[in-house]
Design a protein around this ligand. Structure first.
Ligand code: GLP
Length: 262
């Protein structure tokens, strides 16, 4: 099953991700990191950057693929996911920007961009560790409810709820919020060798409970994690508040023997 870790703070979640990712980079210096935008992974990126600098870990060969990008938004726009990934991951970690790709939202080429992106991931040998946030409606990447669980990278129409959630990045002006995006599909995400989903705050509690303890359904895209052999969900108390089995998850993690590695 998916491992559920209930933490006290985003910083504690960040430490867990950072330790796991640093071990991966040491083991495999040219590993492929799956990167996500949003506020949920920020503490994790910060913890990883701190660890990389403190322990002098060589990241010069690390490669990365972002989950998604707005369609038709200039990559130089401060809220494009290209800019966001550069600002929050590439620069603080000191990654080689040429080794980190973001789906191409240019409207002139977007029809083929999904196929090209999936091929690039495959050519890189696949994603080793994919970090994920979750939308209030259970979306991962920009796979809105109803997305095929087998989908590849493709164009999607954003829901009204996602556009409202993201309006804060566009001066709270809905007219500026893009209506379409290009996102890794759920099938693409499931191909990553390891998944770590982070969710914090009461606003995510229902989506987390439905994803982890509900049925697998395209109506809750994150529920697809139940089909992944190596997925970890790290949540704070507020995001865990609707989980029926939370005492069991806490006990299992607190008493996890060394020999129970996943
Ligand atoms: C956007 C991104 C998702 C992210 C979600 C939640 O929709 N495309 O990848 O998980 O926002 O963002 P936050 O972590 O800020 O709540």
């Amino acid at each position: 099953m998916t491992e559920i870790i209930i933490v006290k703070s985003q910083e504690e979640a960040g430490e867990i991700y950072a330790r796991c990712t640093a071990d991966l980079i040491r083991r495999k210096p040219d590993c492929v990191l799956g990167l996500a935008t949003g506020s949920s992974p920020l503490a994790a990126y910060k913890a990883l950057a701190d660890l990389v600098h403190k322990e002098g870990i060589d990241v010069s060969q690390v490669r990365g693929f972002a989950l998604d990008e707005y369609a038709g938004l200039d990559p130089a726009h401060p809220q494009s996911y290209r800019s966001t990934i550069d600002r929050t991951v590439v620069e603080p970690l000191g990654l080689d920007p040429a080794k980190v790709r973001v789906p191409n939202g240019n409207l002139d080429t977007i029809k083929d961009a999904g196929r090209v992106y999936d091929q690039a991931i495959e050519d890189a040998g696949g994603v080793d560790l994919q970090i994920l946030g979750i939308g209030t409606d259970g979306h991962i990447g920009f796979n809105e409810p109803g997305s095929s669980l087998a989908s590849g990278t493709r164009i999607k129409t954003l829901t009204e709820q996602t556009r409202i959630d993201n309006a804060r990045f566009f001066d709270n002006d809905m007219d500026q919020v893009p209506t379409h995006c290009i996102t890794q599909g759920i099938g693409t995400i499931l191909k990553a060798r390891q998944l770590v989903l982070l969710a914090f705050g009461a606003g995510k509690a229902e989506a987390v409970a439905e994803s982890v303890e509900g049925g697998i359904s395209s109506f809750c895209p994150a529920s697809a994690l139940q089909m992944h052999p190596h997925a970890t969900v790290i949540v704070d108390e507020a995001a865990a508040s609707r989980l029926r089995n939370r005492d069991y998850y806490k006990w299992a993690y607190a008493n996890k023997p060394d020999w129970q590695s996943i």
